[in-house]
Every structure is written in structure tokens, then in C-alpha cells.
Design a protein. Structure first.
Length: 200
């Protein structure tokens, strides 16, 4: 599934229209989050779901660089676990042409919960493509790796020394406002995000 998702994401990020607007790396976003993970026994094992909300943002500077930050709160549907996830990152982007960029990101994430057994922190590294599909649509494809502590896949298999691929799509309502959606697939977990973004 990861290969198919990455191929789809890569195709989505490639430019298709010569009339697309310039990409913005400065924005704030409010998100709804949902995740499904197979636990304990891998993809065929018991599942665990979580949902919550989040806010994230990015600030572009010096033409090719940006810093990012995010906060999310979510509840697991079993074990009565509530967690807070914080992330900070630094990125670099370079134009491929007038409609598409490649980018690289490094980040640090910390998870705090009401159960110390599932707290975690880790670094992650990502590479990807971002491109305008038309005046209204923008696509993103990303490949990532994190060095999270291996908790045996019991709670957050997507953050345990894991690779992932992500595909994102943004619909521009106006030059400033847009609706975004993203799917990120790991070996035994999938994260879904939908949100509203204000770009500057």
C-alpha cells in the first residue's frame, strides 16, 4: 500500500498547469486528526483508533528556508489514553520549475500522555515534492523516517523507527484560504488529516 500511495502522491505533486500560483511556505492551519493502527500482532492484529484536533504552522524566510511547529491532542479509543504531541521543524526548498519544488525537512517530536508508559520523543527526516496542479489545487508527496523508541507496536507503531509515505492535497478557496487533506501510511498504521489553512 505504501508503494501505491507514494506513486499516487508523486503523480499528484507533479505540475499540470502553467497558470498555477507561487507556493507559500508561511501559513497557519487548524486540523481534525484521525488514526488507525494495527497493534501487537502487526497488520492482522487488533486495531486501535484515535481522533483529535491540531494546529500547525510554518514561516518561510530567506527565500529557500522555513521553520514549522505543530501541536495536536488526541484520545485513544481504548485504555483511556489522552496524549499531546508537539513538533518543531526546519526545512529547505528548491524550485524544480515555476510550478513545483522539492524539499527536505528535519524535525523533533515529543509525545506526552496521561500514561507515562507511552510517552515518547524522536527525530524525523523527510524528503518530498510539492507542486501546483492548477489555480485551485496543490499536491504534496513526502517520504519520511523517524527514530522513535520501539514500544513493540503496542500504542503508536507509526512512531517506532518507522518509514512512511504521505500524500496531500490543498484546495484554494481564495488566495489566502484553503482546505487541506493528507493521508500518511506506515507499515501498520494510517494517519488522516483534514483542515483549514490560511496562507500568507
Amino acid at each position: 500500500m505504501k508503494r501505491a500511495l507514494f506513486a499516487l502522491a508523486l503523480a499528484a505533486a507533479l505540475p499540470m498547469s502553467a497558470q498555477a500560483s507561487e507556493l507559500s511556505y508561511s501559513f497557519v492551519e487548524l486540523d481534525y486528526l484521525n488514526s488507525h493502527a494495527a497493534i501487537l500482532n502487526g497488520p492482522g492484529g487488533p486495531g486501535i483508533d484515535s481522533e483529535g484536533y491540531g494546529v500547525r504552522g510554518s514561516f518561510g524566510f530567506a527565500d529557500k528556508f522555513y521553520v514549522s511547529g505543530a501541536y495536536a491532542n488526541s484520545d485513544l479509543d481504548i485504555f483511556n489514553i489522552d496524549n499531546d504531541k508537539w513538533n518543531v521543524g526546519f526545512g529547505y526548498h528548491q524550485s524544480l520549475n515555476d510550478q513545483a519544488d522539492w524539499f527536505a525537512e528535519v524535525g523533533y517530536t515529543k509525545i506526552d500522555s496521561n500514561n507515562p508508559a507511552v510517552d515518547d520523543h524522536f527525530y524525523d527526516l523527510s524528503f518530498g515534492l510539492r507542486g501546483s496542479l492548477s489555480d485551485r489545487f496543490e499536491g504534496t508527496a513526502k517520504l519520511s523516517y523517524n527514530d522513535g523508541v520501539d514500544l513493540g507496536g503496542a500504542f503508536y507503531p507509526q512512531y517506532d523507527n518507522a518509514f512512511s509515505v504521505a500524500a496531500g492535497l490543498k484546495f484554494n478557496i481564495t488566495e489566502m484560504w484553503g482546505i487541506v487533506g493528507e493521508i500518511e501510511a506506515y507499515e501498520d498504521a494510517t494517519d488522516y488529516t483534514i483542515g483549514v489553512r490560511a496562507s500568507f
